[in-house]
Design a protein around this ligand. Sequence first.
Ligand SMILES: [Zn+2]
Ligand SMILES: [Zn+2]
Length: 675
Amino acid sequence: MLDMQEVTGSSPVSPTNFFIFVHIRRKEYRKQGNLTYLNQITVTFNEGKKRSFHRGITLNQVIETIFPDKYPHVVVGILNDQIVDLSFNVDEDANIGLLTSDEPEGLQVFWHSASHIMAQAVKVLYPDALLGIGPSISNGFYYDFRMNTTLSEDDLGKIEAKMQELVRIDQSFVRKVLTKDEAQKLFQERGEHFKSELLQEIPDNEVTVYESGDFVDLCRGPHVPSAGYIKHFKLLNLAGAYWKGDERNPVMQRIYGIAFPEKKSLEDHLKSREEAKKRDHRRLGKELDLFSFHLEGPGFPFWHPNGMVIYNETAKYMREVLTRHGYQEIKTPLILNEELWHRSGHWENYKENMYFTTIDERTYAVKPMNCPGGLLVYKSRPYSYRDLPLKLSEMGLVHRHEKSGVLHGLFRVRQFTQDDAHVFCMSEQMEAEVMNLIDLVDEIYHTFGYDHYEMELSTRPKKSIGTAEMWEKAEKGLSHALNKKEKFYKVNAGEGAFYGPKIDYHILDSLGRMWQCGTIQVDFSMPERFDLEYIGSDGKKHRPVMIHRAILGSVERFIGILIEHVGGAFPLWLAPIQCMILPISEKHHAYARQVHGKMIEKEIRSIIDDRSEKVGYKIREAETKKIPYMCIIGDKEMDSHTVAVRKHREGDLGGAELPSFIEKIVDETKRRLSH
Ligand SMILES: [Zn+2]
Ligand SMILES: [Zn+2]
């Protein structure tokens, strides 16, 4: 297995996640014309409590004085908005705060510190191991090594035991500032050529290294004060990973791990990890015969009949909702000529991820996005303000090149369908349209059984097009819409697309994981590039506002997430097989076929299991296939024209008249109940 997460950075060259490792430079304390240094400094805690201390006191000492009863789980300090080690010396008046491992940023420091301890243990056990990188990630940490021994899962226990020893010895993480030359000499002497390579890429003249005993790592920090903090940890698995994620580079051995300050948290995490493994959509996809992948088309999903039911029911539902919300569906070509992609800007910005082909000696591209096609449809006729808003939806099949190492079941593929749509409106309609979209997303997520999600509003980045006035108007439109709908949202300042601000949705699944799915994006670029217009009520030409939006995102990925969310037990309206008919013996076959015929008439997806197996065995098998309903048919049912109903996970529901049972299934399907 090759794992190539997009990570460049222990000593992340760049931040590996939302948490920013801050490179601290000591400021020289020098007041102009006043060389008398005061030996007292004032420290303000969380912009409240003020205390005086001796200059140079460590942050840890400050915290211990302010909180003599110990503040639990403190891992690092915040000094004037920068996250620093607790051993940091406070040299001037400062505002300080603290971060605990119960907070996401603190936990990231905790995990990253654990990666150092793991690396130290590996170096003790395998002295020839060369260090790659060891960052924290969204669910733990890893470290990459290059060494002669090929590690196996059995070696993880040995490494864990060595880590326990290091935790008991409780060495401190000692931060040292070196010049780049000094650091280069240090790592060259140790033969750590991967570290030397990383060093060369750092533009600063000073770098920091962290020592724990005789282990030393190039790292920006910060870390917990000492190894003793990392009491509860577990090494999870091994993977191969190319150095710097580049397949031309050597393959490193990557060890993943997890750590928590409390034993209970670690146990809970390992439990939900086990559950996630059981629900892995790649495994369930095989067990429930939903889809497959083949070497003949890496990253291109093959949908099987069962999977196709889920796919088509999803698409059918989406069409129904969108029609109700005033959308009109379009379909645009998969392959369009090169010139179009120059005009749309994709050639310039997205070429690496696109596939090309030649027709009549001219270059064409396979579409990675649906927007340009939608724009050509818009441009095919004139519009007046009365035609707006115009909502064009497209279940658009797109192809994007992904490196083979990052492909992952349905989550990361090279071909997928976006539930795409473009809303063209007047700028004064934008806010109302965004409010409509917020309602639409609520309705759709609720139907699929997702009632919790988080929203993020991303605003103007440094590199962007459009005027300040356009941005302000669009950002205000989005935030007003969110406020009017009483939505809580996080603002990601400067994280918008270069062409406009956006709202992103992250849905929460039943295992507590967040998945980015929906997006609503205002675009200033495309209407300009494609010279879109409409005639306003003043009789003059105006530019419409364009909103791109996807709610499921990639339908393939959304189904993958759903498979794991429901653990393969789909709600009735999506279930590939809704009802399994189980005749007890051969004499019941004729009536079973009658029942089946009645169900098919009402478009209920049912099948008969008429194998000569015992009925108990057939029931267990239908249970493992997670089929919502079973109808068991014996003498009693045959004589009274009823069925004995069993429901997945709930068991026996007793006998039912056939017509009323059929009506119940039809009604439940129509209402698309999520549970
Ligand atoms: Zn580090
Ligand atoms: Zn678009």
